[in-house]
Design a binder for this molecule. Structure first.
Ligand code: HEM
Length: 141
């Protein structure tokens, strides 16, 4: 469902954002906690570990988005784990909005509406698949 140009926009924007903004990861958590204060207590206070998790998500975006089918099983498992952390659909919206804002801030004037669209499509797929995994795990219990 992502086109090849969209995958390319996502990949180049991550690389541009990471090289432009050393503080990308901490900016993301600062703005996520400002937007959705209730999620703060879900995260450990170990910011290095949190950073590693966001970095893992960005790596996923860079490496794997050209084969979404291969992501379905791992995202189902990740979603089931997130239900245990307490993540609900509104949290996914807050995470997606925050990530797109931070990336566009970091990329600056080169960011276009097509970047926003590509990221929104990717994050919608990721969130929907994770939430499906959470539902499937709940039904099994
Ligand atoms: C874009 C969708 C998301 C992706 C791809 C993602 C990815 C990840 C990954 C890879 C981990 C590490 C998992 C592990 O330890 O095995 C993680 C942990 C975590 N995620 Fe997410 N996540 C997403 C959305 C969310 C949302 C919406 C919330 C709720 C606010 C959330 C809260 C957490 C928490 C609380 C942890 C554990 C943190 C800790 O141990 O301190 N995530 N996430």
């Amino acid at each position: 469902m992502l086109t090849a140009p969209q995958v390319d926009l996502i990949q180049t924007s991550v690389n541009a954002a990471v090289s432009a903004r050393q503080t990308l990861v901490s900016d993301f958590y600062d703005s996520l906690f400002a937007k959705a204060p209730s999620v703060r207590s879900m995260f450990s206070t170990d910011t290095a570990a949190q950073s590693e998790k966001l970095a893992a998500v960005l790596r996923l975006a860079v490496q794997k988005l050209d084969d979404l089918e291969a992501l379905v099983d791992p995202l189902h498992s990740l979603g089931a784990k997130h239900a245990e952390y307490g993540a609900v659909p509104a949290h996914y919206t807050a995470v997606a909005e925050t990530l797109v804002e931070c990336l566009s801030d970091a990329v600056g004037p080169d960011w276009t509406a097509a970047h926003s669209q590509a990221w929104n499509d990717a994050l919608t797929f990721i969130a929907r698949t994770m939430l499906d995994g959470a539902d499937m795990a709940a039904t099994r219990q």
